[in-house]
Design a protein around this ligand. Structure first.
Ligand code: SF4
Length: 315
């Protein structure tokens, strides 16, 4: 079956199905406009080793979001919308500029609300010589049907699986049915890219790497997500267990989220991962839970002749 033809005239790009006309300037839940909006183009060294490698990952941070995570570390661009609108042509040029810098991949961060514009920019960039892998780095709250337009354009899916419990998903991200929606989206990602392929240096070239941010007070929710991964994707699935939770944005308004994760909680989840037989995991060091690892959104690399940024490794 052909993928559904997406239209910004009646936006159903993501599971929110707002139905608004983005071309006429109407605003839906995410606040995404007709053209892509970005806040930072950088070389990122803090992603998982097969993504950042030695040369870094060429991140492009998109503005706005279809979730409302109370603990969002990127709230300046997700909730407050800091960023700059660019044309499809400029976006494709940014992808090619990143490639010229010698990074391992193009890393599309929070891309969901601009999936259609990104697909157009990727087609253009590929026609103009984009060769390095493209990473789709999303929050998991995706329409499985809409992801079909990325088939053949994206090489690596890097989705979050944030919550299992619906009450938590609603309370922390205003995301009803998060688990069932993310599960369907991830199955579609795996369908498109059934094999994980690494180069001789261990850098991922094609495949799926799932992320789960372990939250304070909720390690049982993490267990359920790991159970689903094992049952639905298999024990060889690559999973990154993030330890970097820091109470930012509005997190202090919720008691359970108003503190950092303890070593006990994180180790509960890593032990469970091993006990149920999952084989391919990445874990983070304790020092990853620091505000200084939050990117500085300053429009670097967005306009022509602006430079980008670097950082140190926390894995
Ligand atoms: S992409 Fe934005 S406007 Fe479109 S359905 Fe999702 S939240 Fe609504």
């Amino acid at each position: 079956m052909e993928p559904q033809k997406p239209s910004l005239r009646c936006c159903t790009i993501c599971p929110r199905n707002c139905g608004i006309d983005r071309i006429a300037g109407q605003m839906g839940f995410c606040h995404g406009s007709m053209l892509p909006k970005i806040a930072l183009v950088s070389t990122h060294h803090w992603e998982e080793p097969p993504i950042s490698g030695t040369k870094g990952s060429g991140t492009v941070f998109f503005c706005h979001c279809n979730l409302r995570c109370v603990f969002c570390q990127n709230y300046k661009i997700s909730a407050e919308g800091f960023g700059k609108t660019v044309s499809i042509e400029r976006l494709s040029e940014i992808f090619l500029n990143q490639q010229d810098k010698g990074v391992h991949n193009i890393n599309l961060v929070s891309p969901t609300q601009f999936i259609v514009q990104i697909a157009s920019a990727l087609c253009l960039a590929k026609n103009n010589g984009l060769k390095i892998p493209v990473v789709y780095n999303s929050n998991g709250y995706e329409s499985a049907e809409m992801l079909k337009i990325l088939n053949g354009l994206v090489d690596i899916y890097l989705p979050d699986f944030k919550y299992w419990d619906d009450e938590i998903a609603i309370a922390y991200s205003e995301a009803p049915r998060y688990a069932s929606i993310a599960a369907q989206a991830i199955l579609e990602m795996r369908r498109q890219l059934p094999q994980d392929v690494f180069d001789t240096e261990g850098i991922l070239q094609k495949g799926l790497l799932l992320r789960h941010l372990v939250l304070p007070s909720h390690f049982l929710d993490s267990f359920k997500i790991l159970d689903w991964i094992k049952a639905s994707l298999g024990i060889d699935t690559y999973v990154s267990l993030l330890r970097q939770y820091t109470p930012m944005h509005q997190a202090n308004t919720i008691k359970a989220l108003s503190r950092r994760l303890t070593t006990f909680e994180y180790e509960k989840v890593t032990e469970y991962f091993l006990n149920i037989g999952l084989k391919n995991g990445f874990c983070q060091s304790k020092r990853s839970a620091a505000q200084e690892y939050t990117p500085i959104f300053n429009l670097a690399g967005v306009e022509k002749n602006s430079s980008n940024t670097k950082g140190e490794n926390v894995w």
